[in-house]
Each structure stands twice: as C-alpha cells, then as structure tokens.
Write a protein that binds this ligand. Structure first.
Ligand code: NDP
Length: 465
C-alpha cells in the first residue's frame, strides 16, 4: 500500500523533533503535527525557560555574597516583567530554531491536533480527510497533574508560572519533587515568601538521603518554609488570595497555590486505544526496547512512555528509533547511568545508585561510602554558611563506582562529567589515580581517601534497641 508518509510524528517536543529530523535526513518522507508550539515542554514551558528563571533568581545571593569581596550593592531591585519578557523572547527564538530545523530537513509541519484513526491513519482536526503513514511515532509528552482535593481549580501548575503578570508576595507549593524544589528556590530568590507542603518525611523521595537532608537544611536556611508530613485537605479562595487547609488542622494563607505533584503521560482522547495501543498503569504507552508499542506500526518516545521523564532520555529514544527504522541499525535504548539534576538552590546532581538503593540491591556489607561536606573556598570570604556535599557509592567487591552525588554550586556540571566516567565503568582506584584540578570543588571527588564508617549503635539508645 502507498502511504502519504513513511513516518508521521504526533508531538513536536524534544523527542518528536529529533526523530522527525533524523528520519527525514535519512531519506524518509516525514510529517509532524503539534497542537501547541514546536519545541514542546522542555523548550516552551519547561527546562529551558525554567533554567533562565533559575539564573535570574540566583542574583539575590550573588549580591549578598559580593559584599565580602568588596562590592557595594545598594538599592538592588528586580523587575519580573523584564525577566519574563526576555525569557519569552528566548523561547520564541528557540521555537524558530526548532521550526527551521524541521523545515531544512524537509519535514512537513501541521500546527494542529492529530488523532489516530487506525494503525496507519492520522486525522488532523483542522482539515478534512486523513493522512496515512507506514509508521506513526507518538511523542505527545506529559502534562502536570493536580491532586484531587476540594478547590483544586484554584491550583496553578508550573505552566502558569511562565505566564504570571506579577510575582506573588507569597506562594504555597504542594509537592517536594523536582518542580517543587526548583520553583520554591526560584520564587524565594525573587523574594517571595515560600511554603512547601510535602506528604512524605523528606524532600525528593528516591534521591540519596544525605543530599535530601542537606538540601532541605540549606533551603530552610535560605528562608523557605518546608513542612514535611503535611497533607492538604482543601484550598479556598480568600479575598485576592487563597487559604490552604491542612488535613492535620490549621491553614496557610497565600497569594498563589501551586501543585508540583507530578506529570502524567498525555495519551487520552486521540485514538490510541481504538488503534489497539496498550496503555500501562498510569496511561503510558507500553513499548519494547525499540520503542515499539503493542501495534507494529506505532512507536512512542519520551514522557508518553514509562521511561524517565527527562529530555535527554526522550532524545536518546528518538535517535535509537530513527537508527532502527530508517538507518537499518536496530538500536535498543540504553538507560544506564542517567545523570539528573535538580536546579534548586543549592543545586543537586546525581548519577547512579543512592546509598539506600545500593544497600538494598547489593546488601549492607557490599557497599563502601566515601563522602565529604565542606564550605567551598568562595564561602570563606562571602561568609555564606552553606556546605557542599560530595558522595561516592562504591561496590566493595569490584571497586566500581555505583553512584556519584553532589549538592552545591555547579553540581549539574560536575555530575555530567562524572556520568562519563561511570558510563566507562570507573573504579574508585581510577578516581584516586586521577590528577586533581586545584582549587576546585570537583577535585574532592578524586581525593576522597577515607571510607565513611556507619556509626556504631550507642548502647541504650533507640538505635541499639
Ligand atoms: P515529581 O514526581 O518529581 O514530584 C512530585 C511530588 O508531588 C512528590 O513530592 C510527590 O510525593 C508529590 N505528590 C504526588 N502526588 C501527590 C498528591 N496527590 N498529593 C500530594 N503530593 C503529591 O514530579 P514533578 O511534578 O516535580 O516533576 C515531574 C517530572 O518532570 C519529574 O519527575 C522529572 O522527571 C521531570 N522534571 C525534571 C526536571 C529536571 O530534570 N531538572 C525539572 C522538572 C521536572 P511523593 O514523593 O510522596 O510521591
């Protein structure tokens, strides 16, 4: 059968654009549909604009730290509209870059919503007729989810943070994951009174406990009100703002209330199930190692599947997909050693296993821990009383480094490089033999000589009981 396209991609975010461009460059006839803006969450209302806000919000501490270095910073003031206007201009520029990339590769673009009619047919809502394709790639990403509670219509998500016409004086953030920690730090940096409400006992579940503890302490010291074991009962409108009622009693008033309670795969209402595509526990598209769904002609990459919701993961999957289908090189996706960072203040970067996960997988007696907590050189003069944390999780038997964890300035940059070493199977001995770069913070990772000993339980204490 003759199809209109070799490949039709639904969703022009990081994964969709990469797959479309590579397939077209490899000679395929490619079409792509996007209902919002080319670039997707990462470029339009995620990683990129968020990181620009992070940069903007850091100046508050930069000004404070500058004084010890002899600078006089007086009458600093911040204009939200200047920053957000500049952020939007950069987003527009990137949107143009992505669009031109597709254009140059010869990909046909349809700025409208698409739905599946059958395993080879796509319907575009803004026109009659249908488009057929030999292969369809679903790269529709994910969307923020809001908790089911009375007053949930009052909650904003990270999406609306990029559209605020003015900064609130106060904000309550529900959730202490990536977005909760990042936006708490951003808002605090701009001088907003921030309260974070989290149902668990410590922020950033699943990260290494030392980093979680260190980050929570540092954020509190920066003036963020972090409340653990706190569930929200309801949210009600009160005057110009809102009142957040807590399940254990009490309430908090704030100008804005934000849900940072996770994201769900965008798989509803565009015909996936009618086309026979199997969906998983939270509605994600179930795929095999080659990103193929339960339907032979339909593939999926990125947040719409159950892999890690990170842009580079989506891009990796898209590249593997294009290699497999359009370059004759079956390429399974390799998920080993995915580095990740939380752009909180201070920043946190991590790759590999947390100490807790490593102990669970390898056993308590099979893991060596090396860690250090120190005041960076710069703090000696700035007077900032914030410690940097570096930690290695090592397999005792093989000496292989299983995890690298950093809390503090440039954690993301440091961990990206550590991920290269881990990918190559670096051992602790090889780190020890690596020449240090002095003076730097990262040199601590190659000069950690002493194993951390778990404190022995004290007789008569709870731990010994
Ligand atoms: P996360 O999964 O990171 O965090 C969600 C938070 O909300 C957790 O603290 C979670 O608690 C809590 N939560 C979930 N459901 C409820 C509920 N019903 N009521 C109260 N609290 C709830 O999601 P985010 O929204 O922060 O981010 C979404 C994804 O986007 C991330 O997982 C990440 O993959 C990606 N992302 C990556 C970034 C980066 O790379 N720097 C930046 C931003 C996002 P609990 O821990 O108990 O489940």
């Amino acid at each position: 059968m003759a199809y209109d396209y070799d490949l039709f991609v639904i969703g022009a975010g990081s994964g969709g654009v990469r797959a479309a461009r590579l397939a077209a460059e490899l000679g395929a006839r490619v079409g792509i549909a996007e209902e919002y803006r080319i670039g997707g969450t990462c470029v339009i209302r995620g990683c990129v604009p968020k990181k620009l806000l992070v940069y903007g919000s850091r100046y508050r501490t930069e000004f404070a730290d500058a004084r010890g270095f002899g600078w006089t910073c007086e009458n600093e003031s911040f204009a939200w509209l200047t920053l957000i206007g500049n952020v939007h201009r950069e987003v527009d520029r990137l949107n143009g870059v992505y669009t031109r990339t597709l254009e140059k590769a010869g990909v046909d673009r349809f700025l409208t919503r698409a739905s599946l009619e059958d395993p080879h047919t796509v319907k575009l809502v803004d026109r009659d007729g249908a488009i057929t394709a030999k292969t369809i790639l679903v790269a529709t990403g994910s969307h923020p989810v809001t908790p089911e509670l009375p007053g949930k219509e009052h909650l904003i998500s990270s999406n609306q943070c990029f559209e605020l016409e003015q900064l609130p004086a106060s904000i309550v953030i529900i959730g202490a994951g990536y977005i909760g920690m990042e936006f708490a730090s951003i808002f605090r940096g701009f001088g907003v009174a921030v309260t974070v409400l989290y149902r668990g006992d410590q922020v950033l579940r699943e990260f290494d406990m030392d980093l979680r503890d260190g980050l929570a302490e540092a954020m509190r010291n920066r003036g963020i009100d972090l409340r653990m074991d706190t569930d929200v009962a309801s949210v009600e409108k009160e005057g110009q703002g809102y009142r957040v009622h807590l399940k254990r009693g009490g309430a908090i008033a704030a100008d804005l209330v934000m849900a940072a309670t996770g994201r769900a795969p965008s798989t509803s209402a565009f015909g996936l199930q009618q086309a026979g595509v199997d969906l998983g526990w939270n509605g994600h598209i179930v795929v095999d190692e080659f990103c193929k769904s339960s339907v032979d002609s339909i593939y999926a990459v990125g947040d719409v599947t159950d892999s890690k919701n990170l842009t580079p993961v989506a891009i990796h999957e898209a590249t593997a997909f294009a290699e497999t289908l359009f370059n004759g090189k079956p390429t399974p996706v390799d998920y080993t050693s995915i580095p990740t960072a939380v752009f909180s203040q201070p920043e946190l970067g991590t790759v590999g296993l947390s100490e807790e996960k490593a102990r669970e997988m390898h056993g308590d007696g099979a893991i060596d821990i090396y860690k250090t907590s120190f005041r960076p050189l710069r703090s000696m003069i700035s007077g900032r009383d914030e410690r940097m944390l570096m930690k290695l999780v090592v397999d005792m038997k093989t000496d292989k480094v299983l995890g690298v964890h950093v809390l503090g300035s440039d954690a993301a940059e440091i961990v990206q490089m550590a991920a290269v070493a881990m990918r190559l199977g670096v051992t602790k001995d090889q780190l020890d033999k690596t020449m240090a770069l002095h003076p730097s913070a990262a040199e601590e990772l190659v000069t950690l000589r002493h194993k951390w000993e778990m404190p022995a339980p004290v007789a008569g204490s709870d731990a010994a009981a």
